[in-house]
Ligand binder design. Structure first.
Ligand code: MEV
Length: 315
């Protein structure tokens, strides 16, 4: 029997990094997905097949050092086999529309889809339980995650998130598109988060002030989203970018992309950890084409809209 599930990627519209320290973030899932298909196999192995490579781990080892990237899947498979007392293995196939390592949530989406697909071999869990498992799994490679990314990949839509209160959908009725430009500078989210931690430790007062500015800015975003005032939301995005630049997560290439994007869009910023990866530009029908055309000369670009489905499973 096969068990398949898919989850969307995500962009962070506001609040990355500050969310790790308790601030609110605003984020949405996007119309690009990762699908995971699992099946039980007789051999006592966890076999993973993906575009990033094929690996095999022993079914009773959740800490196989040779496959860093695949640790979350080995963890999920191992935990599930133990829970159901199964003396066999699992084969996991990962198919992705989301490039990895560019800040669009490929790691979180794959953890969410894998948690649903693997547990789905035995039981259908509520989304809250899948989310808990996915965060546990992602912590095998990224211990400091705020949980924001896995939450939006599970529930989908446009949402606010903070560590204390968790995930809450925003029903603002706002209607926008996003242009995404990929700098092709690869980054490691965990390393960038660690770098910001050091920045915070060495610049306590400055960080506190930036944190406060971010929290105030996000309150303004709620008001502007409620009015569908995209021009204001865009200008707040550009303000958020200035805060991110100050904590050192932009790069020369990302600065250029943001500068170019701002010429035609409502506003632009890094999305996700930064240090490479993607920028997003807020647009609607009036300025989507010029923004795509403008950024095409500098980066790989595409447009996206909010995905409202979140996790989808097909047992
Ligand atoms: C990464 O997409 C977002 C960060 O805020 C980390 C996190 O929230 O776990 C940089």
């Amino acid at each position: 029997m096969n068990s398949s599930a898919s989850a969307p990627g995500k962009v962070i519209l506001f609040g990355e990094h500050f969310v790790v320290y308790g601030a609110k973030a605003i984020l949405c899932s996007i119309d690009k997905r990762i699908k995971v298909t699992s099946q039980l196999i007789d051999e006592k192995k966890i076999k993973i097949k993906s575009e990033l490579g094929n690996v095999e781990a022993d079914a009773d080892s959740s800490s196989n050092d040779s496959h860093e990237l695949f640790k979350p899947f080995v963890y999920l498979a191992d935990k599930t086999l133990k829970k159901f007392n199964k003396n066999c293995g699992i084969e996991i196939k990962i198919e992705s529309e989301i490039p990895s390592g560019i800040g669009l949530g490929s790691s979180s989406a794959s953890c969410v889809a894998a948690a649903a697909s693997i547990t789905g071999l035995f039981e259908k869990l509520p989304r809250e339980d899948i989310l808990k498992l996915a965060i546990e799994a992602e912590r095998k490679i990224f211990n400091n995650t705020s949980g924001a990314d896995c939450s939006v990949c599970t529930f989908g839509g446009l949402a606010e998130y903070d560590i204390k209160n968790g995930f809450k959908k925003i029903n603002s009725g706002s209607d926008f598109d996003l242009v995404i430009a990929n700098s092709k500078q690869s980054h490691n989210t965990s390393e960038v988060v660690e770098k910001v931690k050091k920045f915070k430790e060495n610049n306590k007062e400055l960080f506190d002030s930036l944190y406060k500015q971010e929290s105030e800015l996000i309150q303004d975003v709620f008001v502007s989203l409620g009015k569908n005032d995209l021009s204001k939301v865009g200008s707040l995005m550009s303000k958020n970018q200035a805060l991110l630049e100050q904590i050192g997560v932009s790069t020369d290439k990302l600065d250029i992309l943001v500068k170019e994007a701002k010429k035609t869009s409502f506003g632009a910023k890094i999305t996700g950890a930064g240090g490479g990866g993607c920028i997003i530009a807020l647009v609607d029908k009036s300025n989507i084409t010029p923004t795509l055309t403008n950024l095409k000369d500098y980066a790989e670009v595409f447009s996206t809209r909010i995905d409202n489905r979140g996790l989808v499973d097909t047992f």
